[in-house]
Write a protein that binds this ligand. Structure first.
Ligand code: TNX
Length: 556
């Protein structure tokens, strides 16, 4: 039996009953009181809704009808001496403190604390899974690895009312519905790419991006660090790349670049949120910002620009021998290339990837490889094969867009499917691992529909249901599902200038991709997703996110 009302109500009821004289009534009253005490308080409708609106949809979630209430002296405890768990607890405490104004203490080894984060051994939870148990007394998050603890805390955030996202004080109460959630991801690669080359985004914007994706349990941030329009990472042995190559952007703005120190800061911020940074230097095409910075990379032969890539603004930009090209601020693709016959090209690539490897703790380097339309096919193959050796030489694994399938690739290589099924299947046939980024489904730079202002539309119009309704396991036929690492949603930035623009194109599609990467197909359902998303809209407003109010979502 359950009932509403606090302890004060129960006590007054008891006094009333005791005031009555009959013995029988007294016996009855004691029985009634015991029953009342064993009753739990019911969760508020808000807490129930939160429990039912988690994104990505958890593998299993059972609500139990009671309520846990956060108090000003609530304590979060972790295993003694566990630094990573303490760092996660610290992030959780910071999140809970701002809106509640509560103190929230951190302790070690206090098994009676209000929140306990515990590393356990539970083979059913895998590397990233967690169990979140909420009783009226205590919240326990257990996981095999810290990543799981972190994801448990992100789910817990969602269980509180959206007011918890406030950075200024809000009135409580701060309730969570009781229950048990047992959850783990279906794919290990749940990523998003941010193009910081076409338009540059500073460290604070990138940190926001990491906040957004990690809140929805995505674990990969692919940074597109170079393109025709801009070079965005300091390379100490080739300083002009960032200094000159980073000095502009699409439309002619002032551009910018990350110093290696700033890049390390981004990487560390991401790592604390269990996000691995994958840096991309786009090669051998999309390379004008380097060709404009170092004349010695230019000269030699190139095949002419043709087809849809013909554009007068790029003509005469193919690079005279040993002369730097002009910086470029347009949005054409596929017209620049490194020269295979110049050994400088490979010294350049090795120096750049070497410096990048040294400041990238993650196991991967992305070498681009897309749209090299003015690189002769045989040269392209030579490039990919040599890049593979260079990346290996720097003790990293190579990732590249699907076109790299033309090179001698194997099971140590990761190919990113974006448009051409033939290349993606060729990569899979050669044993490579595959990341699914189908441009018709998850290109976040595509417009939602013909009326939305931002974005391009060459691949598709991508409304929220289009971004949601597809399956990485079946989007490429004849590929062994064991080779599929997961999903990644790229945000190219030709039309994206501000953080508001980023938010508009990300939400509500990024959460669709997050759910596709995390939740097994059986747990994915558009009708459920759209209702849960409709509720997250309120949370996004509190978070200051300028999302697209898609007409396909029933916003609350
Ligand atoms: C294609 S997808 C590109 C990018 C553009 C994007 C615009 C891919 C590997 N290359 O260079 O920015 O289209 O949507």
């Amino acid at each position: 039996m359950c009932c509403e009302g606090g302890n004060a109500d129960r006590l007054s009821l008891l006094f009333l009953i005791l005031a009555m004289s009959s013995r029988l009534l007294k016996v009855l009253s004691v029985f009634l009181f015991i029953t009342l005490l064993s009753c739990q308080q019911e969760p508020s409708p808000d807490a129930v809704k939160s429990f039912e609106s988690i994104i990505p949809n958890p593998a299993s979630a059972q609500m139990e009808g009671g309520v846990f209430t956060l108090e000003t002296e609530s304590i979060i405890s972790v295993d003694p001496g566990h630094k990573e768990a303490m760092a996660i607890a610290t992030l959780l405490a910071e999140k809970l403190r701002s809106a509640t104004g509560y103190e929230i203490k951190l302790e070690e080894g206090n098994i009676d604390a209000d929140f306990v984060l515990a590393i356990v051994t539970d083979p059913t939870l895998g590397e990233e899974g967690y169990e979140l148990k909420v009783t009226s007394e205590q919240v326990t998050i257990s996981a095999n690895k810290p990543a799981g603890l972190f994801y448990g805390t992100q789910t817990l955030r969602q269980l509180f009312s959206d007011k918890i996202e406030n950075s200024v004080f809000q009135q409580g109460p701060w309730e969570v519905a009781t229950g048990v959630i047992k959850d783990l991801p279906s794919y290990s690669w749940r990523g998003s790419m941010l193009d910081v080359a076409r338009h540059f985004f500073g460290v604070e914007d990138v940190k926001k991006y990491i906040d957004y994706i990690s809140f929805y349990k995505m674990n990969i941030l692919h940074l597109h660090l170079s393109d025709d329009q801009g070079w965005r990472i300091e390379i100490k042995s080739w300083p002009n790349l960032a200094k000159h190559g980073g000095s502009t952007q699409v439309g002619g703005g002032k551009g910018g670049y990350y110093t290696q120190e700033q890049y390390r800061d981004i990487v560390a911020y991401a790592a604390a949120r269990y996000v691995t940074v994958i840096p991309e230097i786009d090669l051998p095409g999309h390379i004008n910002s380097a060709l404009a910075s170092y004349g010695e990379l230019n000269g030699g032969t190139v095949v002419p620009i043709e087809g849809r890539y013909t554009d007068t603004s790029t003509q005469g930009m193919l690079g005279e021998r040993s002369k730097p090209t002009e910086l470029y601020t347009g949005i054409q693709v596929g017209w620049s290339t490194l020269r295979v016959e110049k050994e400088e090209s490979f010294k350049f690539v090795s120096d750049v990837l070497g410096e990048l490897a040294a400041i990238t703790p993650g196991p991967y380097l992305h070498i681009g490889g897309d749209e090299a339309h003015v690189t002769a096919k045989k040269d392209y193959i030579t490039f990919i094969n040599r890049f593979k050796d260079i990346v290996k030489g720097h003790n990293k694994m190579m990732v590249g867009w699907e076109e790299i399938a033309q090179g001698e690739i194997d099971s140590t290589i990761v190919a990113q499917y974006w448009a051409n099924e033939k290349y993606a299947r060729m990569a899979a046939d050669k044993g490579a691992k595959i990341i699914m980024s189908p441009s018709k489904k998850v290109y976040l730079d595509m417009k939602y529909d013909s009326t939305t202002k931002l974005g391009l539309n060459w691949a598709n119009y991508i409304e929220t249901d289009t971004a949601y309704n597809w399956d990485p396991a079946t989007c490429l036929s004849d590929v062994d599902t064991r080779q599929i690492l997961g999903v990644e949603a790229p945000l190219w930035s030709e039309t994206v200038v501000t953080l508001d623009d980023i938010e508009f194109l990300l939400f509500p599609r990024i959460t669709a991709v997050a759910e596709i990467g995390w939740t097994p197909a059986a747990g994915r359902n558009w009708d459920s997703y759209k209702i849960r998303t409709g509720r997250h809209g309120k949370r996004w407003k509190v978070m200051g996110i300028d999302f697209y109010a898609s007409p396909r979502i029933p916003w609350e």
